[in-house]
Design a protein around this ligand. Structure first.
Ligand SMILES: NC(=O)c1ccc[n+]([C@@H]2O[C@H](COP(=O)([O-])OP(=O)(O)OC[C@H]3O[C@@H](n4cnc5c(N)ncnc54)[C@H](O)[C@@H]3O)[C@@H](O)[C@H]2O)c1
Ligand SMILES: [Zn+2]
Length: 364
């Protein structure tokens, strides 16, 4: 089992990664046995696929628990779902000694984390992520929250879990496009800090798209390590953590301009990373050869749905209304080379406009 420590100013917790871990999750959770009540928050689908393994492992060590199933599409990550959950927790007489367990992807994890942060002014929770994206990204670092109709993740809190338990076997049931979505996020870690991870992700993604057997263990361990390291350095995203936004400035804008329907998060980030690389090339931050390699590799990982039907005006509007732009300065994370990025401020809007417009027309 690989264990990674996330050491923060006021708290610390461990990330445990092991194939088949879910089968013995009961004994691992036993450490938190002082909890008077354990409440698993998940979705009907995930419970059908993996709930039994969790339940029998908990029963084996004599832990009883309650389960709450919620809907876990992106548009359910909202205030109504929160209200429903608060009421269910109240009916179950949840106290500050209770422990919430998030079993699911980033949507379940973000909602459960925020409920844990806010119910009774804070109760403990643990994360058992079930998507590749959640295993390498959203379950680590304590960013929790929900969307408003006016924007994504606008209501939230930094609230760290007690522990994160990662079992790569849970990904065996993941739909293809959700696994691919995680690959883009893993590639991001490679570009921001680890050329070896970059090559590993490209290799595994190409194998996966040609239906060969793949192993995700190393990718998960290394990505989780990078995320944990960055979060440890910068818990509240003042500087170092901003590198994690590589590909996300335009990626988020593409996601919201297409109403979160056409692309998975990772696919939108795939486009966002290509565009950020082109901006870096234009500003001579990266060599033309390295930029071309990144673009080609991303295009060959998996077919990215095209951006046709999207317009620059719409992407621009969403980009400028992103919460990261509230001070009205265009900050981009740009690649210098594979393994190194830089925060660049005040990029002329005209540069971004030309690059995005050309990309929409298929020119790059
Ligand atoms: N908190 C953070 O730091 C952070 C970071 C990145 C993303 N996020 C958030 O994460 C969310 C996206 O999360 P996601 O990509 O994990 O997707 P998701 O939670 O939307 O899950 C995608 C789909 O996969 C299904 N699913 C989950 N696990 C499964 C499994 N093992 N087998 C079969 N189906 C399964 C879900 O039911 C859902 O339909 C977004 O809301 C995003 O804002 C948060
Ligand atoms: Zn992301």
């Amino acid at each position: 089992m690989k264990t990674i420590l996330v050491k923060l100013k006021e708290t610390e917790y461990q990330i445990h990664i092991q194939t088949g871990l879910i089968e013995r999750i009961g004994s691992l959770i036993n450490k938190f046995q002082h909890s008077s009540k354990i409440i698993v928050i998940s979705s009907h689908k995930i419970l059908r696929l993996h709930g039994e393994k969790l339940t029998s492992s908990l029963h084996q060590v004599g832990i009883s628990h309650e389960t709450i199933a919620i809907r876990d599409k992106e548009h359910h990550k909202n205030l109504s779902t929160l209200q429903l959950l608060y009421q269910k927790l109240a009916r179950l007489r949840t106290s500050r000694n209770s422990l919430l367990v998030a079993l699911g992807g980033g949507v379940i994890g973000d909602i459960t984390g925020f409920v844990a942060a806010s119910y009774l002014r804070g109760i403990p929770y643990i994360q058992i992520p079930t998507t590749l994206l959640a295993q390498i990204d959203s379950s680590i670092g304590g960013k929790t929250g929900v969307n408003l109709s006016t924007g994504k993740n606008l209501v939230g809190a930094f609230y760290q879990p007690q522990a994160v338990f990662i079992d790569p076997n849970l990904l065996n049931t993941l739909p293809k496009k959700e696994l691919e979505s995680g690959f883009y996020e893993a590639l991001k870690y490679g570009i921001i800090s680890d050329p070896k991870l970059y090559e590993l992700v490209i290799k595994q993604a190409i194998k996966f798209s040609s239906h060969q057997n793949i192993s995700l263990y190393k990718i998960i361990c290394r990505s989780a390590e990078i995320k944990a390291f960055i979060v440890t350095k910068d818990e509240r995203e003042s500087h170092a953590r901003m590198a994690l936004n590589f590909g996300h400035t335009l990626g988020h804008a593409i996601e919201s301009a297409s109403a979160y329907r056409k692309f998975t998060h990772g696919q939108a980030i795939g486009h966002g990373m290509i565009l950020a690389t082109q901006i870096a090339k234009q500003l001579e931050k990266i060599s033309a050869g390295e930029a071309e390699k990144i673009q080609n590799d991303i295009s060959h990982m998996a077919p990215l749905p095209r951006l046709s039907n999207l317009r620059w005006q719409s992407i621009c509007r969403h980009m400028l209304s992103d919460k990261k732009f509230i001070d009205n300065r265009l900050k981009f994370i740009l690649p210098r080379k594979i393994g190194k990025v830089e925060i660049v401020e005040d990029i002329p809007l005209g540069v971004i406009k030309t690059i995005v417009r050309n990309y929409l027309r298929g020119i790059f």
